[in-house]
Design a protein around this ligand. Sequence first.
Ligand SMILES: Cc1ncc(COP(=O)(O)O)c(C=O)c1O
Length: 369
Amino acid sequence: MISVFGSKVGQEELDEIRTSIEAQWMGIGPKTRAFEEQIAQRLGVPGFALLDSGSNSLYMAVKLLNLAPGTEVILPALTWISCAHAVVLAGCVPVFCDVDLGTQNVTAETIAPHLTRQTGAIMVVHYAGKPVRMQPILDFGVPVIEDAAHAVDSKLGGKACGAMGAVGAFSFDAVKNLAMGEGGGVTAQDPELITRARTLRYCGIGKSGFEASANKDRWWEYNIVDFFPKFLPNDINASIGLAQLRKLDKLQAYRKQTWELYQREFANLGWLARPCDPEPDEQHSYFTYFVRVLNGKRNAFAKYLYDRGIYTTFRYHPLHLNPIYKSNAILPMSAQLNEEGLNLPLHPNLSTADMDKIVTTVKAYSKVA
Ligand SMILES: Cc1ncc(COP(=O)(O)O)c(C=O)c1O
């Protein structure tokens, strides 16, 4: 079965992990610091706090904004569960908005109807790595959290996604463009928020050791500055991240090439709508390739591919249709995507033979559709 998502790891990652094992150091340490410095440099941000997952990075991002309980946070219904969970767990209220059909991104127009006096933040998701058009959203004057889980290599007008809002959250889980098994992190416009994230991630411990000890003779003490879970990264995952960072350009080139192949090959299929390509001022990360099946046969098409060894999925089942978040919100484009959307395999582990098979099998569906 051809996987829909994947990553490519090998000798470089093994070599980097080996040095940590040989140093008998697995916890947070020099590899974590090196990764934080290198990713901050690549993103062009004042700093980066590595955390243990993208999901926890979203919770951290909401907490960093210090929103009062009950504050509304606007976010797309069509996103990963953790976006809404982060809002709820931080004591705030998720308010779902719609997305654009061609990009699956929020826009100023889909957000505007949901702005109220209770709105304390907007969370945007750069879906598949196509940048959300940020300026009209920033112009609302409400703090913006960027979920850049798909967008580690995405830019808008030369600025990295994740570096334009108040806080940017990233994911480095096993299938992301930069994969480290599990991992994530946050950056922020205000460097103090990055320092705060480093404090919070270790159970909210502020000063510890000699710094916390008033007389310098009780170095086992610590100050606890907030109630916070443990979101600590570690040097094993950071080692994988360092190796992935060195080959990120190569991995990205492979993703781009696959995306462009699909865009060319699927150009004239009347029953299939392709995703929007990047605009001239955008850099896309090509995290996933998504289509709309227009003839009401999305489920049948997915089964047809599955029966031929090609796994697909739909990201994401809109949250306002899920019982736990069920609301009366009317979000027609999210509802339409829920019926038509499908993600096809795109990742650096696809072989040329896999790509040929996907292209041929998809095109052959024209005879069935
Ligand atoms: C848009 C989005 N945000 C956040 C996450 C959460 O990241 P993680 O899997 O590292 O917890 C994901 C994971 O797939 C995601 O797709």
